[in-house]
Design a protein around this ligand. Sequence first.
Ligand code: BGP
Length: 461
Amino acid sequence: MKKFPENFWWGAATSGPQSEGRFNKKHANVFDYHFEIEPEKFYDHVGPDVASNFYNSYQADLKMMRSIGMNSLRTSIQWSRLIDDLETNTVNEEAVAFYNNVIDAIIAEKMTPVINLHHFDLPVELYQKYGGWESEKVVELYVGFAQKCFELFGDRVKFWTTHNEPMVVVEGQYLFQFHYPNIVDSKKAVQVAYNLNLASAKAIQAFRKLALKDAQIGIVLNLTPTYAASDDPKDQEAARIAELWNNKMFLEPAVYGHFPAELEELLTKDKVLWETNDVEKEILKNNTVDFLGVNYYHPNRVKAPEIAPDSVGDWMPDRYYDAYDLPGRRVNLDRGWEIYPQALYDIALDLKENYRNIPWYVSENGMGVSNEERFKNSSGMIEDNYRIDFVREHLSWLHKGIMAGSNCFGYHMWTPIDCWSWLNAYKNRYGFISNDIHTQLKTIKKSGYWFKEVVSQNGLE
Ligand code: BGP
């Protein structure tokens, strides 16, 4: 039996915009707005209006989550729902009541609430008026929103995170056009990366000033460990830069309070380095995280680029490396992502050895599969054996990392109940619990029952 540490977090993660539905129409976030103007971009034209209907069914949903053994849950508070006046941070009372009720209900179901403050869901007006995360004004407004959340809910919420996967904002919104406003501008992308780091540090500063009892704050990063195609120095160099850009640009400021010097050198050479100043450097330095959430789905395998970087026109980070498809790799064909559970062990050791053995937990990991109806048995339960195998293998490697001394305190799968996922909408299902988007009927999958057993044993065979 592979036993996990005492008080290990067994749970799952979702977010406000992906689960709640559009309960407060006062402000749209960037996804609400994008769906209004380009519904055809969303899989099957399904938008975020209903999501998994958590706003209306949170009590029953939380009961179901508890019934599969979950002892912790991450979700997020939506800025565009909580705040009525975005300039003065005046709250919407209906939203305050909702989030109060949700937090109380999570605790009543004996789960630890983990609350995130930004899951790609910037209020769209702040993009239209100020240019969103390009602007320091938005950083200030975000810190005001964060402070409101700490004041309103910090008596009960003991674990906070400032952002989920900020790198997705940089790449999706400013480089590779997979999130609204679909800008391609590397100088802006780099400044947005800086501003998101600064926003996190400033929110942490505000959090620490409040000195909430027994409370901790972290950040959720999508760490995609980089593996070079070979020992050839050119492939190794490609991997070094991919690692700097994809992981260390957020990881080092979060843990050490400064950017990697090698990354700053590269961005300076390429004339895209962010604007900064000594006051902000001091804020970054003094406001590092208490813990990390690590979202891990797939590795990043790279080789030297076919076209030499210097001959390429506009700056793009990925001109320094090409994707490499490892022969014989296992792939989740529905999502197109390689399955490589050993990476969780590699992450565990990296954090232990190179990041002061910081406390961390797996804040997302999971397998998105389309059309799971085909796996329904005669009693209507989805027999998702592939997901059980996926989670078991990842947990096994994670366990090995913990045995080697890594300071990991939990595992959250993405996601408790099938939820809405940005442009992919309801294409890929990830939950322990299925959700019929027409009837809102929720049914525990085989993996949910399996997970319950894992939790009750605090480990697996
Ligand atoms: C992560 C996000 C989640 C969720 C997940 C699955 O990157 O933090 O919000 O969307 O990916 O994504 P998809 O449904 O696109 O496979």
